[in-house]
Every structure is written in C-alpha cells, then in structure tokens.
Design a protein around this ligand. Structure first.
Ligand SMILES: Nc1nc2c(ncn2[C@@H]2O[C@H](COP(=O)(O)OP(=O)(O)OP(=O)(O)O)[C@@H](O)[C@H]2O)c(=O)[nH]1
Ligand SMILES: [Mg+2]
Length: 295
C-alpha cells in the first residue's frame, strides 16, 4: 500500500482547484476565472485499491500586496515543503512569465520530488506542447511530465497512477471515509463567495470576503437558517454588491441558496448582508476568522 500527501501548487488560475475537484470527484474548492480564488489550504482524500492520497490545494503563488496575500503565499510555500510529492500545475495556454520562473526556482530549491502537470491542453494545439515540455525539462528535473485537462479529464487518471507510483509505502493516513480538513462553515462561506466571484467584476472579487455569522440547524421539516455577511473595503463598493433595488444581492443569495441546499441536503433560508470593513485584507483578526491561516 502507498500513502502520502500531494500538494497542488502553481500560479493563480492555473487550474489547481479544478484538478482537486476532478480527482476527488466532488467540489471541495471553489473555482473561478479570476485569479486568487483559493485563499487557504484545502485537503481532500482519495482512496485507491493500492493506497490513499491526501491532496492539498493551495492558493496561487503571486506577489503579495496585503497581509492576506502574504498569508496565502506562505500557506502555499509551507505546503510545498511539508508534503511527500509536489505537483506544479501550469497553464499551457498562457505565456510563461516572471511568476512562473519564480515558482520554478522555489521548486528547484526544495528537495520534495515534483511532477509537472501541464494543464489546459484542450486549449492549445498538440504541436505547441512539446516546446513547452522541453523548456521545463531543461529548467528542472521533474519526476514526471503530464499534459492534461482538469476541465475535461484528459489524462487525469494517468496522473493519479503516477502519484501512487511516487508516494512512499505506507498505511492509509486517515480512515476510509475521511473527506476533507475543512468545516461546513468554511464550505458555506465559500459557496456564497463563489457567487460573489461569478457575479461581480473589477476589484470586487479581490476586495470581498464572506463571513458566516451563524448556521441554525433545521427543526423537523423546516429550513436551515444561515446568516452571513459579505465584507467590502469601501462604502462605494456596497451599492455595487447590493445592486439596483437590491438586484445583485438577491441574485447572489438565490444562486448561493440553491447550491447550499445541495451541499447541506436540506432546505435553506439564507440571509446575506453587506458590511464595510475597511482594510480587512490587512486585519489579522479578520483573516484568522476567515480561515486564511498565518504562521
Ligand atoms: N479550458 C480549460 N480551462 C480550465 C482547465 N482547468 C481549469 N480551467 C479554468 O481555469 C480557471 C481557473 O481554474 P481554478 O481551478 O480556479 O484555478 P486555480 O489554480 O485553483 O486558481 P487560484 O485558486 O486562483 O490559484 C477556471 O475558469 C477553470 O474553469 C482546463 O483543463 N481547461
Ligand atoms: Mg484555486
């Protein structure tokens, strides 16, 4: 039997969370087309006939501008050092830049063996892939190079078999029914935030956070009641999240409620408010409360 931890690391938007969800077979991490979607570490376990793998999704590595971003990048770098096997997820559909070189340097510096996952192959012609693999091969001796699509599933099973090959022998680390290290409260906040990310634009995806104030368990035949607050940084952002006549907050609430009902398996009454909390991204207490863990 094989067992161990595999970290998914990479630049923002590379497709790490999409890959985690695809592998574990359900949605543990929210996904969006905006960078910096994942703000903390999310573990998800999968059992195979010949072993157990605990995957660790991490925030995309980027230049930090706020205390939150420093924590996010720290979390990713910490995960890189702590796991048994690293998977560097790169988006082959975008041109490599200084951020990719920075990450590559980090991978080279640590001793953890690394697999290169060349993601989003569905977006490029096959001929374009080989030179990219070559460049990475010259830059670092990855233990495997795997072109794949986390979105349509191409080659993901191959990648999974390679994880098992490169992990140490060992008994399962968790019971067979272990799913994740995150709480229901975390997933509830993320489900609401996913709608904020989907429905807002410009700086709002970066300047908003969702705090779950309370979750009231349903009584026999009734709905669960969830109170949460969307934090914004400035007074001027509040009307954008609320929308004309409350249209935006209503849309966020309706979409989130449907998803929450699926997640919790019960009817949900969702109460969403918007509150200004200036500079929350630099507020250690808010970050602790949001689960963006620091050192
Ligand atoms: N075409 C295509 N799109 C993909 C693929 N994998 C992910 N995406 C898209 O890429 C975007 C980013 O995906 P995420 O999974 O949120 O990326 P991430 O690396 O977790 O991003 P951060 O959490 O911001 O670091 C989303 O719009 C995904 O649908 C893929 O294989 N092909
Ligand atoms: Mg992510």
């Amino acid at each position: 039997m094989k067992s161990g931890f595999v970290a998914l690391v990479g630049r923002p938007n590379a497709g790490k969370s999409t890959l985690l969800n695809r592998i574990v077979g359900h949605k543990l991490a929210i996904v969006s087309d905006k960078p910096q979607t994942t703000r903390t570490r999310i573990a998800g376990a999968k059992n195979y006939p010949d072993g157990q793998v605990v995957f660790v999704d991490t925030p995309g590595v980027h230049k930090p501008t706020h205390r939150m971003n420093v924590r996010m990048v720290d979390l990713a770098l910490e995960a890189m050092r702590e796991v048994d096997l690293l998977t560097l997820v790169v988006d082959v559909s975008v041109r490599e830049g200084p951020g990719d070189r920075y990450l590559l340097d980090l991978v080279k510096k640590i001793t953890t063996p690394a697999i290169l996952a060349l993601n989003k192959v569905d977006l490029i012609a096959k001929a374009k892939l080989l030179p990219i693999i070559d460049r990475y091969r010259q830059a670092h001796a990855f233990v495997e190079y795997v072109p794949l699509s986390a979105l349509d599933g191409t080659n993901v099973a191959t990648l999974e078999s390679l994880f098992l090959q490169h992990l140490p022998d060992g008994d399962p680390l968790y019971p067979a029914d272990y799913v994740t290290d995150q709480s229901d409260r975390f997933f509830v906040a993320e489900i609401v935030r996913e709608q904020v990310l989907q429905l807002t634009h410009d700086e709002l995806p970066f300047t908003t956070a969702v705090v779950v104030d309370s979750i009231e368990e349903p009584r026999e035949g009734e709905a669960a009641t969830i109170y949460c607050t969307i934090l914004v940084e400035r007074e001027s952002q509040k009307p954008i999240v609320i929308g004309k006549g409350g249209a935006m907050i209503k849309q966020i609430g309706t979409a989130a409620r449907l998803e929450l009902q699926r997640f919790l398996g019960t009817r949900v009454h969702l109460d969403v408010r918007v509150r200004v909390k200036s500079e929350w991204r630099d507020d250690e207490r808010v970050l602790d409360d949001l689960g963006v863990r620091g050192r």
